[in-house]
Design a protein around this ligand. Structure first.
Ligand SMILES: Nc1ncnc2c1ncn2[C@@H]1O[C@H](COP(=O)(O)OP(=O)(O)OP(=O)(O)O)[C@@H](O)[C@H]1O
Ligand SMILES: [Mg+2]
Length: 371
């Protein structure tokens, strides 16, 4: 989708891909198949690139530092990106900046988890559970996140098996999840998208509503300012998604950061004047940023998750005939249960109607709705 945004500008891509079947490898013509964890592969790949950017955050920080030392611009740079790679580093830095977050601590055993739970303000006469455990690196789409219900819950031991440091967090009883998305360029220009609501099902993003329904103007501006401040303090270049929990008394806490085009910004392809992909590219190339405002009162994005697939052609026939305003974005991925394989966007004036149309199309393309 970033490549798609680069086409009208004549921006040429070279892609480092895990396999020739990856979504981007199906559309970019200059593809190197290789392992992003291998420095020699990265060095060979980087030759001839004016600038390097990412669609995931798992390239090892030290390799990115080596590329920078070789004189290759990496955007976002490793000193910023590490806060999206490592949830422990992110929690420590945002704590220093005084940015509100769930109570948290790095833990190294189930006994530490029980101690962390017991110290919580909500522990009272109980044991302080539930607690959320996360591996600090390598997680995505809820993989690497466990909710632990008590000291003898088997989930308390699970995260330690990966051999990666583990972060414990209080389980926030949030009213809903929001995302504040901003884009910042090397020369310091920044834009803020309208704050959105994101709905997760089983730890995976299901629906995004832009703008977040019922969010007061001052609360929205506060969340945008928070995201802009994080982008500035961490020196982010490109798109920054700040995932937020809105508490029942209207406070916002930072969940995590992503420094790349993000699922909470997919609505911008059809619902904003400039998409997150176009603005990410503009920022990475230090071009002036585009207008982030909405094109319609409401845009709803629905993720298409892999399941029992209908025949795609007949699914397209049905969805396109039912809703001529529907926008479908499929990724060409092989289908695995629960995997994000595409999304749909619907814009309009009536939120209930827009939500129904997006949910119907996402469900139909997934095969869970059949009429
Ligand atoms: N401290 C917490 N309290 C309550 N719920 C939480 C907490 N941390 C995470 N969650 C829930 O789990 C989901 C996934 O957590 P998180 O965003 O940290 O994981 P991830 O797998 O890295 O994310 P992503 O799906 O964005 O790649 C969150 O969106 C939220 O619904
Ligand atoms: Mg997340």
């Amino acid at each position: 989708m970033t490549h798609e945004a680069g086409i009208p500008l004549g921006i040429k891509f070279k892609l480092l891909s895990d396999t020739p079947q990856d979504s981007a490898a199906q559309v970019v013509n200059d593809v190197v198949v290789g392992d992003y964890r291998d420095l020699d592969t990265l060095r060979r790949f980087a030759q001839g690139c004016d600038v390097i950017t990412f669609d995931h955050e798992h390239v090892p920080t030290e390799h990115l530092r080596a590329l920078e030392a070789d004189g290759i611009p990496v955007r976002p740079g490793p000193d910023a990106l590490v806060h999206a790679q490592d949830k422990g580093v992110m929690r420590a830095r945002l704590g220093e900046l005084g940015i509100p977050a769930p109570r948290n601590r790095i833990v190294s055993s189930p006994a530490d988890v029980a101690a962390f739970a017991a110290e919580g303000p909500a522990a009272g006469d109980g044991d302080g559970f539930p607690v959320v455990l996360k591996t600090v690196r390598g997680g995505y789409d809820g993989k690497g996140v466990w909710v632990v219900r008590g000291a003898d819950d088997p989930a308390a031991a699970e995260p330690f098996k990966a051999g990666v440091p583990v972060l414990a967090e209080e389980k926030v009883d949030f009213a809903r999840e929001l995302a504040a998305n901003v884009v910042r360029s090397p020369h310091g220009q920044a834009v803020a998208y309208p704050v959105v609501e994101s709905v997760q099902v089983d730890g995976v993003c299901d629906t995004v509503i832009a703008p977040a329904p019922g969010l007061a103007e001052d609360a929205a501006v506060h969340a945008q300012e928070l995201a802009l401040r994080i982008a500035h303090e961490l020196g982010v270049v490109g798109h920054l998604a700040v995932e937020l929990f809105e508490t029942r008394d209207g406070e916002v806490l930072v969940n995590e950061l992503a420094m790349r085009p993000h699922n909470s910004g997919h609505w911008t392809q059809d619902g904003a004047v400039t998409s997150q992909f176009a603005n990410h590219l503009r920022a990475v190339l230090d071009l002036p940023l585009g207008d982030p405002r909405c094109r319609a009162p409401w845009t709803v994005m629905g993720n298409v998750l892999g399941g029992d697939y209908p025949d795609m052609y007949s699914a397209y026939l049905h969805c396109m005939a039912r809703d001529p305003q529907l926008k479908i974005h499929m990724y060409g991925k092989t289908v695995k249960p629960g995997r994000k394989v595409g999304h749909v966007n619907v814009c309009g004036d009536d939120l209930a109607d827009v939500r129904e149309r997006a949910a119907h199309a996402a469900g139909y393309l997934r095969g869970t709705i059949t009429e």
